[in-house]
Design a protein around this ligand. Structure first.
Ligand code: GAP
Length: 448
């Protein structure tokens, strides 16, 4: 096969179509016409997102002695959001077009005098504040005392529990608390597929450090760790940037801030924010609750409020990044000189929903089917596998499109000489491997 130049960058329409066709992501409640800003993850998407979350959790929690895991409730005491500033200040400014009635985020308008949808000039209403928190109600009474909010970030669950955690986990700063969970924001203009949605998952690390002058150094260390994380799972470095916020762009209490951005088909978009937040969050909860959340240092017998370094990454955005970044379309010529297109997702093996596909060359040959199924079952405890059978060209095509790094084919020769064909996704190279050495061969290629 002769590989020709790779096609231009994938469009979001192609990503959306592939995501639906192969069962990665569907529009929520599709049979009722969908619900704007909500998505469902299909069988492959659910695994893909879980792999992304596991990769984050493994690096941030499991491999570290100084970070503990956490899981707080989605609905918290409403005063939480008073202290955090979300009730008073978690607003976007919105405007309505008086002609077409469409609603826009004021800061997203390229031209504040002209409606991008109907083209009318000077048709906008005055900008007004719109709180992004989703409201709900606790208990049967619909009064203001029962109003609660779906959390707009997971971080606050960690802050209000800071003392519970450090006391029970027996940790002292510097140490971190991490959690992954759902957050909700009533976005005015959801869009770009799962990039801006109203229900999403965040992976947040709140790292508490003593006020001993090393806080900025520790901030930089976390930025480097997060850089390495994206690199480790194969996100292309030229599509990733770490934008350093200027003093003007940062909140007044923050000493440093970095936005991690990915170059999506429509332009740069934020995946994660890493921030030095000073003592702002714990101070705010201490002031409103009247409870002492300071750390008590046994050695000096003194209380102090630790400084906070936060890394907050969107798991839906990171999953979308993996999908977009892995996407490749190749034009190749088959042995008969016919040009064909191959769509391939070049996922890192840890991220790929299916790691190894095992095929029987024929459907109706019990010997082959049985052998292939037993090989697949034997690999299952160590890898994410899938069994399939039939036309080998079509099987390869399907696995390429879902990003399976390796395919193992059982054919008539397998029954004769005990060898199988292993085909590699990226190079499309095929190798005959003895069945007895298959596990080791696979392990060398994709780990586990
Ligand atoms: N606790 C800090 C915090 O929540 P943020 O920058 O507002 O910071 C962190 O959010 C990350 O959460 C973002 O970088 C993004 O990846 C994700 N996120 C925020 N709003 C989102 C939305 N509407 N849809 C999908 N992901 C979102």
């Amino acid at each position: 096969m002769d590989m020709a130049a790779t096609e231009p960058r994938v469009t979001m329409d192609e990503i959306t179509a592939l995501a639906k066709r192969r069962g990665f992501i569907f529009q929520s409640s599709e049979i009722y016409g969908g619900l704007n800003g909500f998505y469902d993850y299909g069988p492959l998407g659910a695994i893909l997102k879980r792999n992304v979350k596991n990769a984050w959790w493994r690096d941030t929690v499991e491999l570290r002695d100084d970070v503990v895991g956490f899981d707080s409730s989605i609905i918290m005491h409403p005063l939480t959001w008073k202290a955090s500033g979300h009730i008073d200040a978690f607003h976007d400014k919105l405007v309505d077009c008086r002609v077409c009635k469409h609603r826009f985020r004021f800061d997203h308008l390229k031209d504040p005098n002209q409606c991008p949808d109907c083209g009318s000039k000077q048709s906008f209403t005055e900008p007004r504040n719109f709180n992004l928190m989703m409201k709900t109600q606790i208990g049967p009474m619909e009064d203001s005392a029962s109003t609660a909010y779906l959390r707009p970030e997971t971080a606050q669950g960690i802050f209000v529990n800071f003392k519970n955690v450090y006391q029970t986990a027996r940790k002292r700063p510097p140490f971190g608390i991490a959690q992954i969970g759902k957050s909700f924001r009533n976005e005015i203009t959801p869009g770009n597929f799962t990039y801006r949605v109203r229900e999403f998952e965040q992976a947040e690390l709140e790292y508490f450090v003593p006020d001993d002058g090393k806080d900025l150094e520790i901030f930089r260390e976390w930025v480097d760790r997060r850089k390495n994380w994206y690199a480790q799972y194969g996100v292309k470095p030229d599509r990733l940037r770490f934008y350093e916020l200027t003093e003007k762009e940062r909140p007044h209490y923050a000493k440093a801030g970095i936005d991690v951005e990915y170059l999506f088909p429509w332009g740069w978009g934020e995946l994660e924010s890493i921030a030095h937040r000073g003592t702002y969050d714990l101070d705010a909860h201490m002031a409103l609750s009247g409870k002492d959340l300071r750390f008590f240092d046994e050695a000096s017998k003194a209380h102090y409020t630790p400084i906070l370094i936060e890394s907050s990454a969107g798991m839906d955005r990171t999953t979308l990044t993996m999908l977009v970044d892995a996407y490749d379309r190749e034009r190749s010529t088959d042995p008969n000189g016919k040009a064909t297109d191959r769509v391939v997702l070049r996922f890192h093996p840890y991220i790929a929903p299916v790691q190894i596909a095992v095929f029987s060359l024929a459907r109706n040959k019990p010997d082959l089917v049985e052998r292939a199924r037993s090989i697949e079952m034997a690999l299952r405890p160590s890898y994410r596998t899938q069994y399939d059978e039939g036309n080998i060209g079509q099987l390869y095509r399907r696995q390429d499109e879902i990003g399976t790094p390796l395919c193992v084919t059982i054919d008539y020769d397998t029954l004769e000489d005990g060898t199988v064909t292993v085909r590699e996704r990226d190079s499309m190279k095929q190798e005959r491997v003895p069945q007895s050495g298959l596990e080791r061969y696979l392990h060398e290629r994709i780990g586990a």
